[in-house]
Design a protein around this ligand. Structure first.
Ligand SMILES: [Zn+2]
Length: 314
């Protein structure tokens, strides 16, 4: 099917993106819009925004060449039926995203997976894990998520959540987590947790985000540097455990926070090397994700384009 393409969607709490992706994983004609916000926003209004975004592509001349639709959406969701309840999109609770898209695109496959899973798939297929068989892909931003490729195949687990490293425990007596537990990686290393820790330790920036922490750390602010180092160390501890459990080749760390560079990755690497002591774990490479904000779109397209490698649900 040379020349044929997939329509890819990436739906998150702050923005929604759509693009045409070809069989080589090349993204063209990407469009991004802010995700509508507001307490009174209802699910149908949000759905209309998605349809309007898609219409930009399907009214084009290449519409007949679209062979499928791949979607990455914020979790949690029921998988593989794609009823989504994204934490950061309160207007959708058990919203039947996959069914709605299937009604809009009859006769071609429509596949929906967790957005962090799509990032992991994108990084394995065309990014930092390309050419290796065993990859953990991670997203570190407002939350911490991940997806897992072993033996060149996406591992789904019982409910589609395999690879979700965000709720691996790194400090048994650590801070409370949004999941109701304590000391999860996400509770220490997600963006809002980094900013909150910095504030609690004297960083004077009442509305500041993790991006502001990273900016201040780059300017030499001691508390900001410590805040990133703490998050980096937590990531290193979790990744060391994951490599022992899973025998990986590459861990690709993406999401907004991965832009912080050595101020995050140096303490991450130090903690990882301190804890990853078995011989097979020492050779693992922990690297920044390579595809940037396109990773989710590329991975969503791969759900459709790569046969059963990344999709075994139906
Ligand atoms: Zn948790």
């Amino acid at each position: 099917m040379p020349g044929r393409t997939v329509l890819a969607l990436d739906i998150g709490g702050t923005k929604m993106a759509a693009a045409v992706v070809d069989r080589g994983g090349r993204v063209s004609a990407a469009a991004r819009v802010p995700t509508p916000q507001g307490r009174r926003l209802d699910g149908e209004t949000l759905w209309k925004t998605v349809l309007a975004l898609l219409d930009r592509f399907t009214s084009g001349v290449g519409a007949k060449q679209v062979v499928g639709v791949g979607v990455g959406c914020g979790g949690p969701m029921s998988w593989p039926d794609g009823h989504v309840s994204p934490l950061n999109i309160p207007a959708w609770r058990s919203f039947p995203l996959r069914e709605r898209l299937q009604e809009r695109f009859p006769g071609i496959p429509v596949r929906v997976h967790n957005d962090a899973v799509c990032v992991a798939v994108g990084e394995h297929w065309r990014g930092a894990g390309r050419g290796t068989a065993n990859v953990l892909g991670m997203v570190v931003s407002t939350g911490v998520g991940g997806g897992l490729v072993l033996g060149n195949r996406l591992i789904d687990g019982a409910s589609g959540n395999a690879g979700h490293i965000g709720h691996v425990v790194v400090e048994p007596d650590g801070p409370e987590c949004t999941c109701g537990g304590r000391g999860c990686l996400e509770a220490v290393a997600r963006g809002p947790a980094i900013a909150a820790w910095a504030r609690a330790n004297g960083w004077r920036h009442p509305q500041g985000t993790a991006r502001d922490v990273a900016d201040d750390a780059a300017r030499g602010h001691a508390v900001a540097i410590q805040a990133l180092a703490r998050a980096g160390a937590a990531l290193g501890v979790a990744i060391a455990s994951a490599t022992h459990l899973l025998d990986l080749d590459v861990v690709a760390v993406g999401g907004g926070l991965s832009q912080a560079g050595p101020l995050l990755f140096d303490p991450l690497e130090e903690a990882f090397r301190r804890h990853a002591r078995m011989e097979w774990a020492r050779s693992v490479r922990v690297v920044p994700a390579a595809l940037g904000q396109e990773a989710g779109l590329v991975g969503a397209a791969a759900l459709v384009l790569s046969g059963s490698r990344y999709w075994n649900a139906d």
